[in-house]
Design a protein around this ligand. Sequence first.
Ligand code: G3H
Ligand code: 13P
Ligand code: NA
Ligand code: ZN
Length: 328
Amino acid sequence: PLVSMRQLLDHAADNGYGIPAYNVNNLEQIQAVMAAASEVDAPVILQASAGARKYAGESFIKHLIQAALEAYPKVPLVMHQDHGQSPDVCKGAIDLGFTSVMMDGSLEADGKSIASYEYNVDVTKTVVDMAHRLGITVEGELGCLGSLETMRGDKEDGHGTEATMTRDQLLTDPEQAADFVKKTQLDALAIAIGTSHGAYKFSRKPTGDILAIERIKEIHRRIPNTHLVMHGSSSVPQDLLAEIRKYGGDMKETYGVPVEEIQEAIKHGVRKINIDTDIRLAMTAAIRKFFAENPSKFDPREYLKPAREAAKAICKQRYLQFGCEGQG
Ligand code: G3H
Ligand code: 13P
Ligand code: NA
Ligand code: ZN
């Protein structure tokens, strides 16, 4: 059934696990997540970015998720708007039937310049006031996703800034987080701890200086009752990169967020873990391999099937690693 995000996150907090929130854009990705969740009895958060709504089209994204509910009636499912850039985008998502929205007020509505704290409070509170009346959950974001190696904000996929930033601007401040939660009354808070979107997060396996897991602990100590959200949380598996390279792909050396760091974060209040890139890598590796081995094939079903299987495998692995098994 379609459930509220708040309900799922409360349950995750009470039982000490974290829920991967998977970005979906098409049929095969939605099928992959649902099949994985149903095999391990996990709750599901499907999230659509503005780009996903544009790629699939509003009706398709809505009805594909509707189809997931119909095909898997027992799986608790949240339909979440990822990175809503304005109250209008969030309102559009709610009108489409989403049960949860992210108001990302860390950047101005252009998605490029860093917003003032007052702006962020204002737009987030506006969305909370509108959404809570309808039983919709709200995620906000404080701090700016970006790299502590380059001191640059994340601009990977159009919801980040290119500007050079200070460590203080990049990381979420625990005191400000407490004030933000108090003023906005949001349900879940996305924090910035040195992760960024996309495949190119770290130039080496991250250590505490560039992936600030300690900061999560400080924030959780200050606001223990607020569900925390980690964005940019793909682990960028080296075996998938190797597979992509082996079959003709061109991907530079890069490292993601190690699963064991996410597991540590789950012990300190992180309840929602956003993953998109790992699914992209898994599907791409499978499709490249298929074409390399089957140069004469051309039926999309033949290459989308292994891609869907690969996506399912990584989703299932994360459900197990984050403690979701049997929680659905
Ligand atoms: O928020 C980042 C997700 O990876 C979504 O990416 O905006 O390219 O759909 P997208
Ligand atoms: P990744 O690019 O690390 O998968 O992060 C996805 C994300 O944060 C979506 O909001
Ligand atoms: Na942001
Ligand atoms: Zn994100």
